[in-house]
Unconditional design. Structure first.
Length: 323
């Protein structure tokens, strides 16, 4: 009976405890899951290696042309079947407003290469506790996108002139035309699937929305990928399917980072490694203050003052004398 009673008590105690979720073990060992700032030379080496990997995709451009054009027609046909093909409507509507489409052309050609490095440098300099995780998610998604370019070449909608699309860069003679020699020599014009513009802009938006301190910066971060989405469709540089694939690619990058480290990329660090006393203060959980019941007048002193409700009085309280 005694053992049965003890087992029942243990079961009741376990039932009162919150159930712990099973989490997979991180792929990286503990020593490699540090939140300290990595060496700058190592980060530059990663960046150069990623650029060289992109450069190698240029070798496959000539042999991909026929397949890329065929896939572009298939993607457009599929989007029309499911009635999710806003590219042509946006392309024609925005193309009628010269100042707007020219601004979008420059937006597409420049901000992609300005905002992302700026946010990455800011993360390295001002939020070092989050840098490794953020960089891993970004580089993993970018590398996955390069694999997509190599094995699934896709022409952008601007190449489908027979379907009515307008190449806004060529039509408005915007600087950095894809037909110019210096641009075509360093770009892969069949690298539409997935959209790296969406991968990078969504990464910047999430990073700023989670880690920036000022509200207006967080708002700009949230709006940046939305504006990029409108631009890539209006300029006929990407299909809607490319944008969806870009968002999925970034999601895989963040999931891969979590599998390596065992925690979300922008989870609040431990107290000993937190960057600054005000780091991520806008989303830190506030612990509720402990509330104490008011003490009625005349009951704040005496032997029973510190006794909890239900506790039996001491011998001194029964006799009225102190022990």
């Amino acid at each position: 009976m005694t053992q049965k009673t003890a087992a029942t008590a243990d079961d009741a105690a376990r039932a009162g405890e919150p159930r712990r979720r099973l989490r997979p073990r991180p792929l990286l060992p503990e020593r490699m899951r540090t939140r300290t700032r990595p060496r700058l030379a190592l980060e530059l080496g990663f960046t150069v290696a990623l650029y060289l990997a992109y450069s190698r995709t240029r070798r496959y451009v000539p042999r991909h042309e026929t397949a890329a054009m065929h896939r572009a027609r298939e993607v457009l046909h599929f989007e029309r079947i499911v009635h999710l093909n806003p590219e042509l409507v946006l392309n024609h509507a925005v193309n009628r407003v010269d100042w707007l489409i020219v601004g979008m052309n420059y937006y597409y050609a420049t901000l992609h290469f300005v905002v992302t490095p700026t946010v990455l440098i800011w993360l390295y300099a001002c939020r070092p506790a989050y840098y490794r995780a953020g960089r891993t998610a970004l580089y993993s998604a970018t590398l996955l996108a390069l694999i997509g370019f190599t094995f699934f070449a896709l022409a952008p909608p601007r190449f489908l002139k027979s379907q009515g699309f307008v190449d806004t860069v060529v039509t408005h003679h915007t600087w950095g035309s894809w037909d110019s020699g210096h641009v075509s020599a360093v770009s892969n014009q069949y690298a539409a699937m997935p959209s790296v513009h969406i991968v990078w802009s969504a990464w910047c938006g999430l990073t700023l929305a989670y880690l920036a301190r000022r509200t207006w910066v967080r708002v700009l971060g949230a709006c940046y990928p939305l504006a990029t989405f409108v631009v890539i469709l209006s300029t006929a540089n990407h299909f809607l399917a490319d944008a969806v694939a870009g968002a999925a690619t970034l999601t895989i990058g963040f999931l891969f980072q979590r599998a390596l480290s065992g925690r979300p990329a922008y989870a609040l660090p431990d107290a000993e490694v937190r960057y600054g006393p005000q780091s991520a203060r806008w989303w830190r959980r506030r612990e509720p203050k402990e509330q104490t019941a008011p003490v009625p007048e005349g009951e704040g002193t005496g032997p029973a003052a510190g006794r909890t409700p239900g506790e039996s009085p001491g011998p001194g309280e029964l006799t009225g004398k102190s022990t």
